[in-house]
Ligand binder design. Structure first.
Ligand code: ADP
Ligand code: MG
Length: 350
């Protein structure tokens, strides 16, 4: 009914992060095509600012005057982050709020979406000096655990797996392909996966680092470090209330999605075309699921891909979802950025 769809809509938050231009993007063959207006609005492909451009003291006409008109499109999101936003800023205004939801027993999921090189891994993992939101969220979770320790006993376990070519692999115990099962009692179960116990957020870096070394990496023309796989980090939490013995469980999933660029744009062919098709299938299915949920539709096509099957118990219903769309500010990534903004818009509540 109306009430339940309004509730479902409220559980999806969509934000966009624009990373700073890199060296290549500050050169002559690049212009900025994203302008952050305020913390909820950006303009894609804005009409050029009226800053005059002088050459030998003579004001020049805009070089691209004869090219097609600028799109000059406004995009609104729950939050927009410009160049100056840090991982900590993103954390404080996105996943920090999930801690209380998890304490209430809600499953939560966080996606970083975007083309290769747009800043997904920077946002999710970061570096030792600039930890990403995974570490910051886990740190906050451990703080909350300490805060509530007189009231509840906690058991925390994590898994780190990748979905590559519609296959699920355990990144912490590499080797065999894992299969998904649906269990009436436990929801989605990854058969054979080892849940690794974790007692402090410091253990995370090493674990994620080890897991990342096991990721399927295929250099593409677009970026030698690109990955065509989805990396799924999950935290299983069991809380036992000391006075009543009541048990509450919750799960947090944080997903570094494969690059959203099209196969054609990265020079894929043959075998790689299948990879691209499968990855697009997961991204497409995810978009369709989130879109259905955001619109309050009854049918959510979870079964359309491995990724959405895996996350079935963490999307929709009482779950909280955050989508962080990452984009480059430069004209070099014009199509990718436009496509990412469209995808993110579709994920918003209707
Ligand atoms: P993706 O995972 O989407 O392919 P990365 O996170 O690897 O992209 O980012 C590509 C490059 O840009 C990396 O060198 C990364 O350090 C840098 N980068 C990305 N986002 C930011 C940011 N917000 N601030 C500074 N550097 C960034
Ligand atoms: Mg990456």
């Amino acid at each position: 009914g109306k009430l339940s769809s309004a509730k479902a809509s409220a559980n999806i938050k969509v934000v966009v992060r624009v990373r700073p231009p890199n060296e290549k993007e500050t050169g002559d063959n690049s212009r900025m095509v994203v302008k952050v207006i305020n913390d909820q609005l950006l303009v894609f492909d804005p009409e050029e600012d009226s800053q005059p451009f002088f050459y030998h003291g003579v004001e020049q006409k805009r070089r691209d005057l004869l090219k097609k008109a600028h799109k000059n499109m406004k995009f609104y999101f729950d939050r927009v982050y410009g160049f100056d936003a840090s991982n900590n800023d993103v954390f404080e205004t996105t996943t920090d709020s999930l801690i209380n939801r998890l304490m209430d027993g809600c499953n939560c999921s966080v996606f970083v979406y975007g083309a290769t090189g747009a800043g997904k891994t920077h946002t999710m993992l970061g570096h030792a000096e600039h930890p990403g939101i995974t570490f910051l969220t886990m740190q906050a979770l451990f703080e909350k655990k300490t805060e509530l320790s007189s009231e509840r006993d906690f058991e925390l376990g994590v898994t780190y797996l990748e979905v590559y070519n519609e296959n699920v692999q355990d990144l912490l115990n590499p080797g065999s392909t894992l299969h998904l099962r649906e269990d009436g009692k436990y929801g989605v179960v990854v058969a054979g996966i080892k849940v690794k116990r974790i007692d402090a957020s410091e253990e995370l870096f090493e674990m994620l680092d080890k897991g990342n070394k096991n990721r399927t990496q295929h250099p593409t023309d677009a970026n030698a470090e690109s990955s065509r796989s989805h990396a799924v980090f999950q935290v299983y939490m069991k809380m036992t209330f000391k006075t009543t013995g009541q048990v509450r469980v919750a799960k947090l999933s944080m997903i570094d999605l494969a690059g959203s660029e099209r196969g054609a744009a990265t020079g894929c062919a043959g075998m790689r075309f299948t990879e691209g098709a499968n990855i697009n299938r997961s991204l497409l299915a995810l978009g369709n699921c989130i879109n259905s949920l955001a619109g309050g539709l009854k049918h959510v096509p979870y079964r359309d891909s491995k990724l959405t099957r895996l996350l079935k118990d963490s999307l929709g219903g009482n779950c909280q979802t955050i989508m962080i769309a990452n984009i480059s500010p430069s004209s070099i990534s014009y199509e990718d950025t436009y496509n990412t903004l469209k995808y993110a818009t579709r994920a918003k509540k209707i």
